[in-house]
Design a protein around this ligand. Sequence first.
Ligand SMILES: *Cc1c(COP(=O)(O)O)cnc(C)c1O
Length: 355
Amino acid sequence: MRYTGLIEKYRDRLPVGDNTRLISLGEGNTPLIKLENIPVLLGKNVDLYIKYEGLNPTGSFKDRGMTMAVTHAVEEGSKAIICASTGNTSAAAAAYAARAGIKAFVIIPEGKIALGKLAQAMIHGSTIIQIKGNFDDGMEIVKEIADHAPVSIVNSINPYRLQGQKTAAFEIIDELGAAPDYHCLPVGNAGNITAHWMGYTEYKDAGKASKTPVMVGYQAEGAAPFIKGSRVDNPETVATAIRIGNPQSWDQALKLSKESKGWFTAHSDDIILAAQKLLTEKEGIFCEPASAISVAGAMIDIQSGKIPEGSTVVCTLTGHGLKDPDTAIGQCDQSAMINVNPTLKEVKKAILDNM
Ligand SMILES: *Cc1c(COP(=O)(O)O)cnc(C)c1O
């Protein structure tokens, strides 16, 4: 049967009626790829998988939540949606609004949005409101806007978002036949880690898995409110998707971390970028910087033994590497590019010199 998106697939477990018009772009059903080379480099016996959420229709997991949120907004008769965004939420909102035939307004932090994400918000025809502030400033405004303008909020404070996002946990259990021992994620607003925990516990309660995983959340050092224990006023990191100082799902994240016996750790931008490069060079997988922190953190915790050998570990790669081409190119040595004349002789020499 033709795959038509996660709402159709998991309809029994989602808040939709039989006659609801589904706004879908075929999101979900993303590959769970077993890493082959990085565990060898680590010298550790672990089954390490990545859930490649960058292969969703707009290139990030935000599509899982957006299909549900926009489906619900349209069902309610809404003619416009709004979000504050570090980039990927606005890309998803713009695309799903276009599909539904409604308007999208996106509030983005001036100059701090990755190029691919900006291109998406623009080309899908959303109205972009750029503020001289950061994501957290935009979020404060969005939380009040519904009282002043006829728009539906599609940030992760919209409960339909998390309903859609919980399906990633269903897919992992359906594919592995069991929950993993550890699930590692980047944490910004903490909506996604919360949604995963909802999905895992729901499947366990339904008898589809015998356990839930330990949930591990990683933050960038310059934007690590969960490690600091309080909000961060001027968050800064190369991983712009998690450049968030005042997480909206604060209470839920602390609760699930405790319940799952998990932890939060922060890592530096250098460690994040090194993991991004390692994934591209050793596994052929290109993710954006924020996503790479899940693998960076897992590698460090596997190395230290905090995640013991013999474990099954899933890391969510939240967004595609093409979202942020500037950072990717900045990671590479451009002087290594070989310039030659268009002759067989010179191209042959370039190859043989570099074998
Ligand atoms: C939104 C996003 C995150 C953070 O997810 P939260 O639900 O805010 O914790 C991480 N990585 C990418 C690529 C994102 O787009």
